[in-house]
Design a protein around this ligand. Sequence first.
Ligand SMILES: [Zn+2]
Length: 488
Amino acid sequence: MADPVTYAATITESELKDHLYTYASDEFEGRETGTEGQKKAVNYLRQHYMDLGIPAAQENGDYFQKVPLEMAKLPKGSIKVSGKEFTLGEDFIAFYPFEGEFDEVVYAGYGIDDEKYSDYQGLDVKGKVILARSGEPMLEDGNYLLSGNNKPSSWGNMSEGIEKRVDAAQSRGARAVLLIDEDNFKRYLRYYERMKDSDRGRLGFADDKENPSLVLVSEDMAKAIFPKLESLKGSYTEEVELFANLQNSNEPIPTENVVAYIKGSEKPDEYIVISSHLDHIGVSRDGSINNGADDDGSGSVAMLEIAEAFQKAVEAGNRPKRSVVFLHVTGEEKGLLGSRYYTDYEPIFPLEKTVANLNIDMIGRIDPKREGDRNYIYLIGSDKLSSDLHRLSEEINDRYTKITLDYTYNDENDPNRFYYRSDHYNFAKNNVPIIFYFNGTHADYHRPGDTPDKINYDLLTNRARLVFHTAWAVANRDQRVMVDKLSK
Ligand SMILES: [Zn+2]
């Protein structure tokens, strides 16, 4: 096997600095998902791979993997019951579209569908609108029927109860659930008003529609449908005209992952994915730009240099045995969206054939807790699925980079739970062994002060070399990294 040191040496302070001073400049406007600034970022990344001659990962030659996101907006329209119009945000609350004309509504008690008790017994609700209420049945002795004691079951839990009711209605084929639930009505009303004020909600996948539609209704609106609501026992079907005209007004947010790859020479169908997130949090309300030099400009430019080192090896006749994938993901700051799109919706390469994921998110700064002892990096997750990968990572570091590998945040009981908080997690949950490289947080985290002049380029260089050497070893050794523990 060729000596990787020559190639690691092509990862230099001055090149990392050059890249980062552009990538985290004001011109890129904080690289918020879906913005012009982010477009500049993805073009910059793509240009680098084109210049190096590293091909796109997708077969069609496009470096951009489109990630169809939507900005949630409140639906528009109303619901009419027997010709009377009810108003969104007053009489009812809904966040998803609901359209259709119905001539009956089925009252389904508590909307509970459980082994011990079901409101759906003998009820056909396929394609129908049902109305249910919160709460759960009680025994005569004052205990809850479902739990058999004085504690409510999960159907009585405010958040879980709603989810379970929607799931039950969905499995029974209902078209919509109208729910009388005073506490949740108040809670959702606050969220509704926040969304109305800002004219936006969360960014999510375009197909994350609630199905069946959930509509929280006021007692008055429920009574317009079921005049005898108070005396209803068991299930009941009311013939009533219900006209729902709540239209989707979500705004499509076009965005993309940037994915390049170097095909392996001997085991091209096995893949090592190196990842970092290309996005950041954009511009603050007061107009100051969050440059995100550390988060995750540092990881992004480290990847550009790591890719270059691999490509230099290819040019010298030392193509890696396994394929190496360079995955720059979008939407990390919005909930790990780009990486989740890659793993859950459209893995360009099969996850079963993905040997490891090395994820870099913030490797250019120093945690104030480690001031004075700066040659360190926090490693998270290396031993969670594969003792083999953990061992290899330590050996490589001992041999080449000699950085103190700090496992503070690898502790399962650490309250920060960083293992679940960056893009590698989407690989780990699919039992792909991962290592997450991280310098910890600092005062400039997610603030305009995260600028390229505050990066420690010597540390960034050595940490990028550690990732390169580790990827090189994983790609070139005979045995694939062994998974000896499975995630639950
Ligand atoms: Zn980050």
